[in-house]
Write a protein that binds this ligand. Structure first.
Ligand SMILES: Cc1ncc(COP(=O)(O)O)c(C=O)c1O
Length: 365
């Protein structure tokens, strides 16, 4: 069999998503006793107790297929956010929804505009459906250049991704800039605002994209239960989308794309306002401690509003290896002069700070 002829040639240009290293891999490779994984922007605590109980209860019914349309969870999200259920979609992580939306709108010859660096999945899904990625560099202070992004929109543009806070920099764009951008958005373009880190933000200038949903005909707002709700492994995210986009997603998705355990866990995670508030505050405190340590060491970093920090370095690979030797896994993107470090719990943060101090002293001291 000539697999080279069999497999679509467009796939040659695709680079597979590379996840951060796993703690078990690193333990095996380095023999280091204590490994702290700060490479995937996960929340350090487990799911809320109500979610764990729901998972346990649903596990007994794993012989049954789940409700493919996730009616109960979609209804719960709709009531929670005060939007019609017909505008709510759920997917195997917001990642799946991002791919399905791209699949629904992008064709060869189309353009998809997004900032760069930003979430690595945007160029992957763009290429996957034969469209052209238009990457707009971040500004000098690592934020979306919304003016330049609006300038880059052409007749061929079908899709724009905005990531707020932006992964990997953690930076946000402000309400005024967003409103100006919305005013320049032509009718033929679908705007997807990816708010995977929405719950971590405590800045008065941050625009909650959902508030613009009613007044913006072609807006999708993507969120997830993977981050502050600690359900990353269950793969469950959601979006608030125009009804025609929901219909398109319904046609394209797998019949049972989200499992019953994930739906139940997400359902019972929603009322946890106090706990989410506590998690947000804990993240901010640890992030500030980490940034103070970077100031002391003399490392520059982007102004993060999320649960990770983008640390500037001319030698990311060397610093990455030196941190690994200290038992800390961070994220190296290969192409950026920076590393991304997830904010851990207070104890992990202290461990990471010591690792940075030692690694930096060993390399440059
Ligand atoms: C910006 C952004 N969007 C979407 C996702 C996808 O998250 P999930 O598929 O787990 O919901 C991630 C995950 O890291 C992310 O960083």
């Amino acid at each position: 069999m000539d697999f080279g002829r069999l497999i679509r040639s467009e796939l040659d240009a695709l680079t597979p998503y590379t996840p951060g290293l796993r703690a078990s891999e690193v333990k095996e490779k380095t023999g280091t006793e204590r490994i702290v994984k700060l490479s995937s922007n996960e929340f350090p605590a487990g799911p809320v107790p109500e979610a764990v109980r729901a998972i346990e209860a649903m596990a007994l019914h794993s012989n049954r297929y789940p409700d493919g349309s996730a009616r109960a969870l979609r209804g719960r999200i709709a009531r929670w956010l005060d939007v019609p259920r017909d505008n709510v979609v759920v997917g195997a992580g917001s990642n799946e929804l991002i791919r399905l939306i791209a699949q629904a709108v992008l064709q060869p010859g189309d353009e998809c505009v997004f900032a760069w660096p930003s979430f690595v999945v945007y160029p992957i899904v763009t290429q996957m459906f034969g469209a052209t990625a238009v990457r707009i560099p971040l500004t000098a202070d690592d934020t979306h250049d919304l003016e330049a992004m609006a300038d880059a929109i052409t007749e061929r543009t079908r899709l724009v991704f905005l990531c707020n806070p932006n992964n990997p920099t953690g930076t946000i764009y402000h309400r005024i800039a967003f409103e100006r951008f919305l005013g320049r958005l032509p009718e033929h373009v679908l705007l997807v605002v990816d708010e995977a880190y929405f719950e971590f933000v405590a800045d008065e200038h941050y625009p909650d994209a959902l508030r613009y949903f009613d007044s913006t005909p072609a807006l999708c707002v993507m969120r997830t239960f993977s981050k502050i709700y600690s359900l990353a492994s269950l793969r469950i995210g959601y979006g608030i989308v125009p009804e025609p986009i929901r219909h398109a997603i319904e046609r394209l998705r797998e019949p049972f794309n989200t499992c019953a355990l994930a739906q139940a866990a997400a359902y019972y995670s929603i009322p946890e306002h106090e706990e989410i508030e506590r998690r947000r505050a804990e993240n901010i405190e640890s992030r500030e401690r980490m940034c103070e340590a970077f100031d002391q060491i003399g490392l520059e970093y982007a102004a993060s509003h999320a649960n990770f920090v983008y640390v500037k370095t001319d030698e990311p690979q060397r610093l990455f290896e030196a941190l690994l030797a200290e038992g800390v896994i961070v994220r190296d993107f290969g192409e950026s002069p920076a590393l991304r470090v997830t904010v851990g719990d207070p104890e992990e943060t202290a461990f990471a700070i010591t690792a940075f101090e030692r690694a930096y002293a060993r390399l440059y001291g």
